[in-house]
Design a protein around this ligand. Structure first.
Ligand code: PMP
Ligand code: GLN
Length: 382
């Protein structure tokens, strides 16, 4: 986690956001929206603060939020979870991931993830002292090969950690792949951990939570967060749903990470989870339009792109524009075009960087006029 000089290495997101701020570039790097979410949710947090909900909430999370999480799982996916024993509220999905990995993986265990992977996975697997094995997602579709999955999961595998829809590639895992993962977890007695923070940001098909497949629920930890769905990334309200014994194990770690978090934001996210279906559909429709605007802009600027099926991000190849090294390209891009982006090599292990060397991640969770302005500026690259 420290650089060769012993100094703290900031995450690529912080580094590129700082570069965007310093140069005045449009920040399509770090994934956060530039508009507020639903008024009902914002007002509910203000009311909670005004009504004195400002002390430590209960360890598992406020009952009103745990109930809303359970109801949401039932409404959208037909999954029934017990709000008192199978739900744990966390400080964002980040803490959910940290507590889950630290609680369940140990020295000598293996954790299998897809690669590219969200940056905190590798850091937390490292802290747990488990070994990180990966299954490659290759351009342009970024779906795992089933034989690669079969080869990666063995009796040493403790956790199969997936992210669906996937950051950074925008891939959505097909049902057959999810079925294979459940089958492998049974065969090798592994636990499935699924990061579904983009569950409602999916464009072409309904989201399939892996926990909804037969035989999955009893060995699956599902992680989500209010940040993406309600445009409240700064509130850091996340959650876990899992069988009671796994919730207890994860809670044992969580209580010493943050103990509890976000008292007034918890009832507000509960309000969000109870919004009518139309809210969730409009959210996806709006983001689909933004995806299409930025994708068209990137193509017009000379990139070749992989059209994402979910999430906040589109992956573009800069090789055709004469930029074969995405890390170098992303450092220069604010000067070249007044836009910031993230190199895909930041999401892979050093030894696999060559496969992703010219790929760049652009965020489209921004106002349409911002995406249009970025598109015009990117044409300077041609
Ligand atoms: N997992 C993935 C795949 C993410 O993209 C993010 C944040 N963008 C997180 C986890 C962290 O979520 P939170 O902000 O709720 O901690
Ligand atoms: N998850 C966001 C992204 O992928 C950023 C979160 C962070 O800065 N850690 O851009």
């Amino acid at each position: 986690l420290l650089g060769d000089d012993g100094k703290l290495r900031s995450t690529i997101f912080a580094e590129m956001s700082a570069l965007a701020a310093a140069t005045g570039a449009i920040n399509l790097g770090q994934g956060f929206p530039d508009q507020d979410g639903p008024q009902e949710v914002l007002v509910a947090a203000q009311r909670a603060i005004a009504s004195g909900m400002n002390q430590y909430p209960p360890g598992l999370g406020m009952p009103v939020l745990r109930e809303a999480i359970a109801e949401h799982q039932e409404r959208f996916y037909g999954i029934w979870v017990d709000p008192d024993r199978e739900v744990l509220v966390t400080a964002g999905a980040t803490e959910a991931l940290a507590a889950t990995i630290l609680a369940l993986a140990d020295d000598g265990d293996e954790v299998v993830t897809l690669e590219p992977f969200y940056d905190s996975y590798a850091a937390m697997i490292g802290l747990s002292r488990a070994t990180h094995r990966t299954v490659p997602l290759r351009a342009p579709r970024f779906l795992p090969d089933h034989d690669d999955l079969r080869a990666a999961v063995t009796d040493r595998t403790r956790l199969i950690l997936i992210n669906n829809p996937h950051n950074p590639t925008g891939a959505v895992l097909p049902r057959e792949t999810l079925e294979l993962i459940v089958e492998l977890a049974h065969k090798h007695d592994a636990i499935v951990v699924t990061d579904e923070v983009y569950e409602h940001l999916i464009f072409d098909e309904p989201h399939i939570p892996i926990a909804s497949l037969p035989g999955a629920r009893e060995r699956t930890v599902t992680i989500s967060s209010g940040g993406k769905t309600f445009n409240t990334t700064g509130w850091k309200i996340g959650w876990i749903t899992a069988p009671p014994e796994l919730v207890t194990a994860i809670m044992a770690v969580k209580q010493f990470l943050t103990y509890v978090n976000g008292a007034p934001f918890q009832p507000a996210i509960a309000v969000g989870l109870q919004l009518p279906d139309t809210f969730f559909h409009e959210l996806a429709d709006d983001l689909r339009h933004k995806r299409d605007v930025l994708s068209a802009g990137l193509v017009a600027a000379g990139f070749s792109i992989s059209q994402p099926k979910g999430g906040y991000f589109v992956v573009a190849d800069a090789a055709g524009l004469g930029y074969p090294d995405s890390a170098e390209f992303c450092r220069a891009l604010p000067e070249l075009a007044g836009v910031a982006a993230i190199p895909l090599t930041s999401f892979v292990h050093e030894e696999n960087r060559h496969e992703y060397r010219s790929l760049v991640r652009f965020a489209f969770c921004k106002r349409v006029e911002v995406l249009e302005r970025a598109s015009v500026q990117l044409e300077r690259l041609a």
